[in-house]
Ligand binder design. Structure first.
Ligand SMILES: NC(=O)C1=CN([C@@H]2O[C@H](COP(=O)(O)OP(=O)(O)OC[C@H]3O[C@@H](n4cnc5c(N)ncnc54)[C@H](OP(=O)(O)O)[C@@H]3O)[C@@H](O)[C@H]2O)C=CC1
Ligand SMILES: CC1=C(/C=C/C(C)=C/C=C/C(C)=C/C=O)C(C)(C)CCC1
Length: 317
């Protein structure tokens, strides 16, 4: 059988883990998945989730996207160094006022989210070009097209990824290669917990009172609520991505969360760029009660539809 080789980064948790398991369990067994992570001692959750696909359509390998040697060693270990589909997923978040973040912290975010992709492509792209076959899939974010309050550096890293891929896409086309940017909104994973916990620990003494207050009492206060209301599961994002890699003509950009699209649409609706900024400002500072009421309303609708789905399932069992 002519299986496609899929290499995925950052599979110890969240979206990477869900993606590796979903693609390895493809109904038609179309893929051989190399699920990679920087620290193999964290493989337990993936091993459990992979079940019978482990050793058949899924293998686990070490790869740190910040370490060129580890990328090369991983690619060299693959049969004929072949990668048909690269899924660049490894990434990290960072929130807070820039006054309270060190340049080193910011560099780590850029190094992981942006240069991680660049390092992988430097290793894999020449072979894909030679074979004139391949699909580069990047887990970007809605923050790859739209900045969000207190996500300055994280959004910059995702904008960098998007600018890089958009530039590369024309060249890729010449070699019959596809590039797809997957743009999830909030997803309930370790990312959310890590970013929130780090956010709570931020030393706000370097920020002025207005900024510190905005971060604690507006951003952090709304953060959990946004994830609870609009958040998707990692499995949901994996399902979208599985669909993208099985398409004949995959799109360049794909947003996974329809509840979030009203926000991103604002970006495309105004060439001056003021509309999303004004709207976010008003949502936060002027219409916060309406904004919170809307979130609660969406939460209620989602709870009711989940409840009726469970009842239907119970009836049919
Ligand atoms: N959760 C969300 O709301 C959203 C997430 N995204 C993006 O999705 C991707 C996955 O995040 P998500 O699953 O949510 O978060 P998780 O924190 O659950 O997963 C991140 C993964 O990246 C890995 N990673 C971090 N640094 C490196 C590195 N140097 N080399 C290899 N792997 C590394 C982590 O490994 P380790 O366990 O060793 O730290 C982990 O496996 C990221 O690119 C993120 O930006 C996009 C939109 C929304
Ligand atoms: C929508 C919205 C907010 C927060 C959005 C968040 C928190 C989005 C998180 C997205 C993530 C985590 C993407 C990862 O790549 C604010 C600023 C509270 C108020 C204005 C409207």
């Amino acid at each position: 059988m002519n299986q496609k080789v899929v290499l995925i980064t950052g599979c110890s948790s969240g979206i990477g883990l869900a993606l590796a398991a979903r693609i390895a369990k493809d109904e038609k067994k179309r893929f051989m998945v190399y699920a990679t992570m920087r620290n193999l001692s964290k493989a337990g959750a993936l091993i459990e989730e992979a079940g019978r696909s482990l050793g058949r359509t899924l293998e686990i390998k070490q790869l740190d996207v910040c370490d060129e040697d580890s990328i090369k060693a991983c690619v060299d270990s693959l049969p004929e160094r072949r990668v048909d589909i690269l899924i660049n997923n490894a990434g990290m978040g960072l929130i807070g006022p820039i006054e309270c973040q060190s340049i080193d912290e910011m560099k780590t975010v850029m190094d992981t989210n942006f240069f991680g992709l660049v390092r992988l492509l430097k290793e894999i792209l020449p072979d894909m070009k030679r074979r004139k076959k391949g699909h580069i899939v990047v887990i970007s974010s809605v923050m790859g097209i739209q900045g969000i309050l207190f996500n300055d550096v994280y959004a910059a890293s995702k904008f960098a990824v998007e600018g890089f891929c958009e530039s590369l896409a024309v060249q890729a086309m010449r070699f019959n290669l596809n590039i797809s940017l997957i743009e999830p909104g909030p997803v309930i994973t370790e990312f959310e917990r890590k970013v929130y916990d780090e956010g709570l620990k931020t030393d706000l003494s370097k920020a002025d009172k207005v900024t510190a207050d905005m971060f604690s009492n507006i951003y952090l206060k709304n953060y959990k609520q946004i994830f609870e209301t609009l958040g998707q599961t990692a499995e949901d994002v994996a399902e979208h991505t599985h669909k993208i890699i099985t398409m004949e003509n995959p799109p360049f950009r794909h947003q996974t969360n329809t509840l979030y699209t009203p926000m991103t649409t604002l970006k495309y609706a105004d060439p001056n760029g003021d509309l999303p900024i004004d709207t976010f400002y008003k949502m936060v500072f002027e219409h916060d009660k309406v904004f919170n009421a809307s979130l609660n309303f969406i939460k209620l609708l989602r709870w009711r539809s989940r409840k009726s789905f469970t009842l239907e399932k119970d009836k049919s069992n």
